[in-house]
Structure formats: C-alpha cells, structure tokens
Design a protein around this ligand. Sequence first.
Ligand code: GLC
Length: 801
Amino acid sequence: MITNTELHKSGNVFPGMIISFTHVVDTLIFNSNNGVILQVQVLRDSVLRFKYGTGGKMEEDFSYAIDDDGNRGYNKLKVTEEEAYYEITTSKIICQIAKIDLRSRIFDIDGKIICEDELGFHYEESYEYGGEVVKMSKKAQPAESYYGLGDKPADNNMRGKRFELWGTDQYAFGKQTDPLYKNVPFYLGLHNKMSYGIFFDNTFRSYFDFAQERHHVTSFWAQGGVMDYYFIYGPDANSVVSGYTDLTGKPELPPLWALGFHQCKWSYYPESNVREVAQRFRDLKIPCDAIYLDIDYMDGFRCFTWDNEKFPNPTQMISDLREDGFKTIAIIDPGIKVDPDYSVYREAMEKDYFCKRADGPYMKGKVWPGECYFPDYTNPEVREWWAGLFKGLIADNGLAGIWNDMNEPAVMEVPNKTFPDDVRHDFDGHPCSHRKAHNIYGAQMAKATYEGVKKFIYPKRPFVITRSAYSGTQRYTSSWFGDNVATWEHLSIANIQAQRMALSGMSFAGSDIGGFAEQPTGELFARWIALGIFHPFCRVHSSGDHGDQEPWTFDENITDITRNFIELRYKLLPYLYTTFWQYAEEGTPMLKSLVLYDQEDPQTHYRNDEFIFGDKMLVCPVLEPNAKGRRMYIPKGEWYNFWSRETITGGKEEWVDADIDSIPLFVKAGSIIPRYPVMQYVGESKIEFLTLDVYYTLGSDKSVVYEDASDGYDYKKGRFSLRNLRFKGTKDQMTISQFKDGKYTTEYETLRFNFIGMPFEIDYVEVDNVRIPLEDLQYDRKTQTMLVNKEFSEFHVVGKK
Ligand code: GLC
C-alpha cells in the first residue's frame, strides 16, 4: 500500500483543507488551502459532475462529448455542513466531501456506500510538457466488478486489469492488444447489487487501472488536462448506461436499410465486379442492402475522386444498383495526398486547413496515397468545408453513406503509428497539441462527415461508419471493430466487443464478419454469420488478399446456412428496429451482456459468451470448431428455445444443441416478437401483414413494436406507429392488449398472431368484446396462427374447458 507521504515524495500534490465554500443553484465550489478547487455540479438526482482546479484556477468548460440536449434537472438538492464534511443530498444519492482533503464518498439514500475516494484527486506537474498529470483513485469495493471502455477485446469484467486510451491502428490485433481504435473513458462499477458509472471526460492519453496495481484500488489518470468526471448512479446497470448515453448523446434513427445485411471487401473493382457481386446476391436470393467501395475506387487514393478507368460512370452504376435495392457506400480517409494538381489538396492549402507541426511545417505522413497532409477536424471551419466536399459523392453520384477509416489518425512507417505529439490543433478555438486532440481527431472527422452526408442526402437519413471514436460519437455514426483476423479466437473477441460497445453507449457497431485478415474456413464463416446477424451493424468485410469472402465462397451448404441466417435477420428487422428506437429514445443498450440483464445474479458477473439481443432474446454463439452445441448459462426466468420451442427454466448452465446451421437462441416467455416476411432488401415489396410471435407464459409481460416510414424525418413530427402490447396468460386464457401511439399508418392492415407454447385448445376468441368465429380470423390449428385487424385494443383467446 502506498502511503500519502510516499506519494507526496514522488511529486504528487493532494488537496488541502477546505477554507471556503459556495453554493449557486446546482453548483458547489470547495476551495482548499493549497489552491485545489473542487466543483460539484448536480446534473440530475443520480448524476454528479466532479471537476477539479489547481493553483486556484478552474479551467473553462469545453467538451466534445457532452450533449447539450441531454436531460438535466433534479427533484431535490440539499446541502448541509457537518463537522468533518459537507453533505449533498438528492432524491437518489448522498455525497460527502471531506473538509480535510476534499475526498468524496457517495451513498445511496439508505446509506449504503456506492463509490468512495481512496486517495482521491491528486496531481503531478508535467515537467516535460507543462500542465499536470491528473489522477483519481477510488476504493475497489469487495467483489466489485468493472465493465465498459469501448472496444477493448479483453474479457467483459475488467477487474484485475489496466487499460490505456490512445486511439491506435492495430492491424490484426489480439485479445491482449491495448490500446485499440476507440477512446471511450466510461466504465461501470457493480457491487452489492448496485451499479454506477464513471465518465472521465479527458481527451489526453489516459489510463484505467481496475485493482490491478493495488488490489483494493481502482484509479484513472490522464497525461494532461483536467480531472473532470461524471458519476452516474443506477442502481441498475441499464440505467447507468442510459444515463451515460443521455449525457454524451443519443443517435437519431438510422434508415432501416442500414440494419440490413452489408457486403464489403477490399476492394470490389472495377465496376463490372461490383455489379457481379450484387447480381450474385439477387441470383442466389441472399438478402443484401448495401455494398461497399474500398480505397481502390479513387484516383490514386485521392479522397473525393474516382478512378475513371475502373469506374467510368459511377453515377450510373450507383443508380442501377439502387434500382436493384443496393445502397452504395464508399470509404473516405483523412489523409489528403500532397499533390498540387488535386483540387481538395489545393483548396485546403489555400484555406490553411491542414494540421501543422509546432514550429510551422505541415504535418506530413504516409498513408495509402503516399505523402499526405491532414485536415484539422477540430477546427469548425474545416469541418464545414469537409462536410461540403460530400456534395459530389452524395448529391451528385448518389452514394447512400460514407465509411471513415484510418482516423485514429493512422500514419504508416512511423513507430508510433500516428502524428507526433507536437502537431497543433484548433480544438474549437482552444489551441492545443496532438496530445490533447489525438483521442478526438477521428470523432471530429466522423462528425464532419456525418454533417456533410446528412445535408446532401436530405430528406433521407444519413449513414456513416467510423473506425475511431470518442465518447459521444454515437450521435453521428456507427462503427466497426477494425482489422480483426479470421480465427476462432476473433469470433469470441467480436462477441465481447459488440457487448462492450453497447455497454459503452455505442450500440450501432459490429465486426468484420468472417475476419479481415486471413481466410476463414466455411465453418468459421457460418458461425460468424450466425453471431453477426445479432449485431446492430452487420457487415462481411475482408482484406481481399487471401481470396474472396462472400456467402458463396465456401460450399453450397455454407451458402444455404448463410442465407438462412441473413433471412432470419430480415425477419427480425421490426424487432431490431424497435430495439434501435429504444436505444435512440432512452439510451438503452441494444445488446446486453448478462450482467446488464440480471446484475443481481452473481453468475452473470464474469460471463462473456451469452448476451441479450434487444430485451427478449438470448443468444450464445458457438465459438469452437466441430461443435454440435455448447454449454451456456441460461439466465433466470422462463425461456423458449427458438428452434425447438421447448421451454427451459434459467438460473443454470445447460448443454444446448446447435449444429452448424443453428445457434443457441432463446426467447423470454411472455414476449411478443414482431416479424416481417423475408425480402431481398428493405422496401422490396409491400408488407402484407406483421407477424407477432406470442410466447405464452403463465403471467404477464410487456412488448413494444416501433415502426415508421423507415427513412426520412417524419417520425420526428409524430409520424410513427408504436404498439405497446401487454400479454397476460392464465391456465386457459390469453389476453393481449394494445395501446397505440403515433400518427403513422402502416401499409399492412392485419396482424398475424402466431401462438407458441399455448397450453390449451382454443374455444373462442373475442376481439374488442366481440366474439369472432375462428374461420373469420383464418385460424390455422396446425400453425396456431390467426389474422386480427391491426387496430384492435383487446384480444381474448379462451381455451376449451
Ligand atoms: C484499413 C481498414 C480496412 C480497410 C483497409 C483499406 O485496414 O481497417 O477496413 O479495408 O484499411 O482501406
């Protein structure tokens, strides 16, 4: 155990005693006798912000992450002074600030400790760079678990590990590789059945140590900037994630097609190859909504240009693909080729938009085009210019979305893989070096891209995907996990990364299905597709240097399996879209690690493989070759095996059969799951009816179905259709009630109910108090389906006595 004196000797400074205190509206300021200031701001009853100043000064507020539209306000705020501390009480938490050294302790309203400073805030002068290394240490509570931090490939529970945030291009990364592409300084702590979150809003290179160096201490620190963190109380983990997502921003709804299947490779060219691949999907009847153009579509890798030989008429090609139901998405990197004959380069030079080194020369680095300069996306004027560049690709050529890559930023042939520290940035009018701007560079590029795509695709919705990100980037873009490898271990990493990203507020994410580097076997590809269809972003991508990686690359059996899984994704689109809507509305994670699903069950705290898709389906990928199934943990509750329809009671480990054409998949009893007919792409044909799979339970449960025009912004004006469904089951009856909201008229008139696990034979049915003959509902006894008008309010199914 390091003592305070030892730390003092090592150059750390600790806050002194409180000498004055002010309280204005939601903000409390504590001044200590050695110039350390603590500002505690009450944002919500369960959200506190802690910001520290040193040398008697508080830095001005500026954050790229915090969303101004987030919910603010509290019901209660009481501040009292005790002998040893000040006490701040809201309706959810009590926070004590020690007079002697500014250390904080946070309790729930029953007085149970949630989170407490160990040494608390301390800092060290940075002799090399100026400024300070800012540090925070908290006690790791007994049996406390930790989750979050974005795209880390390590196991879900981070206790006992240390991580770094410094966005890095990590080709063929592994389970232990750290740091990775994304920078998400948010973690969730769980102990004593209570969850809370910490968001450390600092863009410098930073570290999180979860009781690794010292077993009872969790700490985080950054190489510069300010100790500025948010504490978010649950007590349930899902509320922590939604609280964090609310703070850093929720996304708008993507166009529905973006939740379809995407096919990518480095690279499809020339034009005839793109057309062939697209045609093959249609010929083989494998649903697909999007096809990607990687860097080879450009003229010598110059962004915003086309290689006229490979793509003589891109507008025509994109339009033909669109006719056939394909959206085309193209890659745009940050590196701009140094070439005086290239208009983007010339314009940026004329306008002085490129990043420069400390002493004045341009930041020059090698990427795909050779020597490049890099726009400073932290300058709002540069972002606006960048956004404007998309007119050609989007408005003129007709691309439906943009893929941002290499934006960590990645630089080739240099040992640190990125810009040197001294590169200058505008940081929205707060000039700084790359040390501060590195971790948000990619995020600002993605934001500028999003604004451009949004402007030129209007009135349709934009689609952007990025490799690097900082907290808050979920407002603008989806993301993928970068350059993984076609191995079984990477299938398991992809599973963890998708869960971790969802827990870190960035649900709209997925892996390169099948693996980017190296060649998957057909079996690995099939198992990866089976998992990938449950990830919010679903795209096959590969480096292309090992051959092809399309659904038909392997044998016919694998093609059929792939088709079946992709079809399942298309069937479940209304469920997935509803899940996205819940994420966009409430910040609810679209995938839930088991710990998010049931934190009270300690069995869930160290699980990695199983997760909940939306809030009603349990998925567990098969992660080994030659398997006929696997053991998995079924969380508490009643579940239906999706395939066999057998029921199982959870709270235990089970062997579950799942041959190569299957995946362990369960549905919570009491759920109503919406389903569309399979289409080859979103909007291919009219939807005749919405199927509702009703999974009987003895008891009641709620389900929702959200629909709208699938694109455009009318939903923001109330043109959506929300079905709040309530299921109630007894021994011999079922009641389904519906409360509808929204002004959107769905194109179908009928709901097709499909009863699963119904324990009785139907005697009669009543819809809105009127008995309807079963023939009128086209009741099919064998499939247990019937058709009901979509406007019903209450629907009784009564069994024979
Ligand atoms: C990077 C990306 C990869 C892309 C390649 C070529 O490696 O991560 O997805 O295909 O660059 O653009």
